[in-house]
Design a binder for this molecule. Structure first.
Ligand SMILES: Cc1cc2nc3c(=O)[nH]c(=O)nc-3n(C[C@H](O)[C@H](O)[C@H](O)COP(=O)(O)OP(=O)(O)OC[C@H]3O[C@@H](n4cnc5c(N)ncnc54)[C@H](O)[C@@H]3O)c2cc1C
Length: 504
């Protein structure tokens, strides 16, 4: 089957002929995203059509046509994740980059964004107004809306909370084309509040890690924004050594080293109790070596990383803390004093870092993840910092069995990112392979999930077929929800029931 001519013409009449294409070049370009490219999308096929609507009303009409002709569809915003790559024929790829609606409510501290607004676009506008938002570690080029409904993980979550906490009211085109309005958008036609008045189904929209386009298209969200300091962050340098210069009277980095992972976790809990810092995160030695390889390429990285590995102390854990004089310079002095006292109490060392940033305010440095091996995939757990000690140990043991071909991390600590002053913690272990060794990566992923079932690990993007029985048969509930919301099974099937990695 291919896309019927009448369906194609009907779609053209909705958005205009220049915004629909079945050109092979366009279709191929719309086949693969970013995260986990070459790993989860090995069975990807080009979509039948790519379409670029501009408004929510146009999306409703597109979905009605899709239902009439029984054509599957997938929404993508800036498409920096390959998790939604099409795997069946005749998919309508709904590319939402033209939906750049943006309103900023400076008084009530929220912004309303369409899926085409990236973090860098929003952040740039907010900085002009003395306000700020977060930027996820995948980079500021990603869509604010898609990132928040899909993942929304940024180390500034130490103070601001994980992404889903910042989603307010929502406008959502369901898989049958109906419009669902959540929170204050429903009765008050405003986006300032997610809980109400009106229905709040944000947990369904978002779940653990988004539905990957399997439950329709979110067309607008309200997102919480924050006051910032009057000082400006100044871009400096020439590529590949560019950075943002931070105002030293308000922001100061500290690099802390703790003797073991366990002590480091307790140290981070204590910082949370003291409620200091704009962000706190462990830094895997691997990340430091990647950062130092700017301009040197993969060969430069591997030369230095191997030298380091031969003598690495596998227990030491590095933590970065950004002290922040949010209200005044006096607050910065207070935060530094508290930090240094806590470091001493836990037997660590601390040194001040350069007042620059490449990752947290306006970044795109995550793309360097690919140069280590060509392909990468993370094991990610959102639970507690303590839980991360168990999951990292298990993942490391499994990785050791497959190293090589998994790139050697020398058994050094991976990433712990505490959120909400340590009330929640992400633990992420990054795996890298050459692009010819994807099977090893997939086998490792499967082994990690089997381990999770044994130890009670709570990994993201789990497959309902694998975890349903162990988790109160929630797969049955998901099936019912999918059938209710998507009776024709067209919204990126079989999402969110099945993920691309798990094989029965
Ligand atoms: C190197 C690297 C590092 C990363 N690190 C992080 C990180 O630190 N934090 C983090 O949060 N993520 C991270 N990611 C994962 C991911 O890339 C991001 O979450 C990113 O925001 C997703 O890309 P996007 O915004 O372009 O969304 P897309 O790729 O366009 O979409 C993401 C998912 O949401 C669905 N979707 C998109 N738009 C809509 C919509 N309007 N309605 C309904 N569903 C929709 C898509 O079908 C897809 O499944 C990383 C990825 C890479 C490659």
């Amino acid at each position: 089957m291919s896309i019927p001519k009448e369906a194609y013409e009907a779609l053209q009449s909705i958005v205009g002929p220049e915004w629909v294409s079945d050109d092979p070049a366009v279709r191929i370009a719309d086949t693969k995203g970013g995260y986990a490219t070459g790993v989860v999308d090995v069975n990807a096929v080009p979509p039948g059509i790519s379409i670029q609507p501009e408004t929510g009303e146009e999306i409703q009409q597109i979905i009605k046509i899709a239902n009439r002709y029984r054509l599957p569809f997938i929404p993508t915003s800036t498409f920096f994740s390959a998790m939604c790559a099409p795997t069946i024929d005749d998919v309508i790829m709904i590319d939402l980059k033209r939906m750049t609606q943006l309103e900023i409510n400076e008084k009530d501290l929220y912004a309303v964004v369409g899926p085409g607004i990236s973090h860098s676009m929003l952040q740039a506008e907010l900085f002009k107004r003395g306000l700020m938002t977060f930027v996820p570690t995948c980079g500021a080029q990603s869509s604010v809306l898609a990132n928040l409904v899909h993942c929304g993980d940024a180390v500034i979550g130490w103070r601001f909370g994980l992404g889903y906490r910042r989603v307010l009211a929502v406008e959502w085109v369901l898989p049958n084309g109906d419009l669902l309005k959540l929170g204050s958008r429903s009765y008050l036609k405003d986006y300032f509040w997610g809980e109400g008045p009106g229905p709040d189904l944000r947990a369904l929209m978002r779940g653990n890690e988004g539905h990957e386009g399997g439950l329709g298209t979110i067309t607008k969200i309200g997102v919480k924004i924050f006051p910032f300091i009057p000082e400006k962050l100044e871009p400096k340098g020439v590529s590949p050594r560019t950075t943002l210069k931070l105002p030293e009277n308000r922001m100061k980095w500290y690099n802390v080293t703790m003797p073991t992972r366990e002590v480091a976790v307790d140290f981070m809990y204590e910082l949370g109790r003291c409620e200091i810092g704009l962000l706190v995160s462990s830094i895997p030695p691997l990340f430091r070596y990647v950062a130092r390889s700017r301009g040197k390429g993969a060969a430069g990285f591997w030369e230095n990383w191997k030298k380091f590995g031969e003598n690495a102390d596998k227990n030491l854990m590095d933590i970065r803390v950004l002290c922040f004089g949010w209200t005044s310079e006096k607050q910065l002095a207070y935060e530094e004093k508290v930090l240094l006292d806590v470091v001493a109490e836990f037997g660590g060392t601390a040194s001040a870092g350069p007042a620059t940033d490449e990752s947290n305010f306006q970044s795109a440095d995550a793309v360097c993840s690919w140069f280590i091996g060509g392909r990468f995939l993370s094991e990610v757990y959102f639970e507690s910092l303590d839980c991360g000690l168990h999951t990292e140990k298990g993942v490391r043991e499994l990785a050791r069995l497959r190293t090589p071909p998994l790139a050697d991390t020398w058994d050094t600590p991976m990433l712990w990112a505490p959120y909400e002053f340590g009330h929640m913690g992400k633990q992420e272990s990054l795996n890298y392979v050459d692009d010819k060794e994807i099977d090893a990566l997939r086998a490792h992923e499967q082994a990690c999930r089997e381990m999770d079932l044994k130890i009670g690990g709570y990994a993201i993007m789990e497959d309902t077929r694998m975890f349903g029985k162990a988790w109160h048969n929630y797969d049955q509930w998901m099936k019912k929800l999918k059938a209710t919301f998507d009776p024709n099974n067209l919204s990126n099937p079989p999402k969110p029931l099945e993920r691309l990695l798990y094989e029965e």
